[in-house]
Design a protein around this ligand. Structure first.
Ligand SMILES: [Zn+2]
Length: 71
């Protein structure tokens, strides 16, 4: 791997596609330590999920087209 530092930041759009960061938090409902990505969590024990807006980064934009009615 090249270790050349790049001072220039990429555009916010590019940054949003970087690897998500794994973070941990205690479940707000049952206290279980759960792992999440970019500050978004879902507890497998009690089903608690935090607000997606609490994430550290904006969600990447969905590029999917609208579902077509024809199958
Ligand atoms: Zn929980």
């Amino acid at each position: 791997m090249t270790a050349t530092p790049r001072p220039e930041r990429r555009s916010p759009e590019e940054a949003a596609t970087e690897h998500p960061e794994i973070t941990y938090i205690g479940c707000a409902r049952c206290g279980t330590l759960i792992a999440g990505l970019d500050g978004r969590y879902a507890c497998s024990g009690c089903g608690w999920v935090n607000e997606w807006t609490e994430g550290h980064r904006p969600l990447p934009e969905a590029r999917r087209r609208r579902p077509a009615d024809t199958t």
